[in-house]
Design a protein around this ligand. Structure first.
Ligand code: ZN
Length: 232
């Protein structure tokens, strides 16, 4: 399963839950909250594969960010090289470069984003080497731990703590969907190390299809409900 499939399953199952709650009489969530929730679920869905250095979260996104940052930082770097070639003053050229980068907000953010992207790639490499792909990160215990950290992080930055539950929701459905594939996941780590499956062998393929259909139904259903309430 690729990252798009995981994101659709995460958002789709969440949409099913929200649509069911609204049909049962819960107040309609405002569109901005639905959009923010969807982004949080997607982040949780794609973050699980940080234990694979070639995944979307640990390779595709960081390399794009780094390419953008290099393009943005190349101009002050060229100016600094020019300063060095004309003055032979390495420290002066470096001071010129750092002053340009830290003095301009967009360049400063590019440098921060580049540092974060490199850190993400490094973290992925360490996790793959130590825990291995589809290792403990793909377990229920880790899902609970990550959800708790996400809730604390939301609370820490002044958001409602329960926004972290949506991140955990994306994480949970990622490992459940991976549990429908042949390779399986160590769902019960650290109590059992072997990779397990959510369904017996005969039901895995149909389970994948039904889960994908349910997810699409959830997204379409929630959009339809929204349009309906809009027209009313
Ligand atoms: Zn995975």
């Amino acid at each position: 399963m690729n990252y798009v499939h995981h994101a659709v399953i995460g958002v789709g199952t969440a949409s099913l839950g929200v649509a069911a709650a609204e049909l049962l009489g819960a107040p309609l969530a405002v569109p901005a909250a639905v959009a923010f929730g969807a982004v949080t679920v997607i982040l949780g869905s794609i973050a699980v594969d940080i234990d694979h250095p070639k995944s979307y979260i640990s390779n595709t996104i960081p390399t794009r960010v780094i390419r953008l940052a290099i393009a943005g930082l190349s101009l002050p770097a060229l100016v600094a090289v020019g300063v060095y070639l004309t003055t032979r003053d390495l420290q002066g050229a470096w001071t010129q470069f750092t002053a340009a980068v830290f003095g301009v907000a967009i360049l400063r953010w590019m440098a921060v984003a580049m540092g974060a992207a490199l850190a993400l790639m490094g973290l992925s490499w360490v996790l793959c080497r130590s825990l291995h792909h589809r290792g403990p990160l793909h377990s229920l215990v880790f899902t609970a731990g990550v959800t708790l950290v996400a809730c604390l992080a939301c609370w820490g930055v002044g958001l409602y703590w329960w926004w972290g539950l949506w991140f955990g929701w994306g994480w949970l459905w990622h490992i459940l969907a991976d549990g429908l594939t042949e390779a399986g996941v160590p769902l019960l780590w650290p109590f059992r190390d072997q990779r397990l499956h959510v369904l017996p062998r005969w039901g895995r393929r149909i389970g994948q299809v039904l889960l994908s259909l349910a997810a699409i139904l959830g997204i379409v259903g929630l959009i339809t409900l929204r349009l309906h309430s809009f027209i009313d």
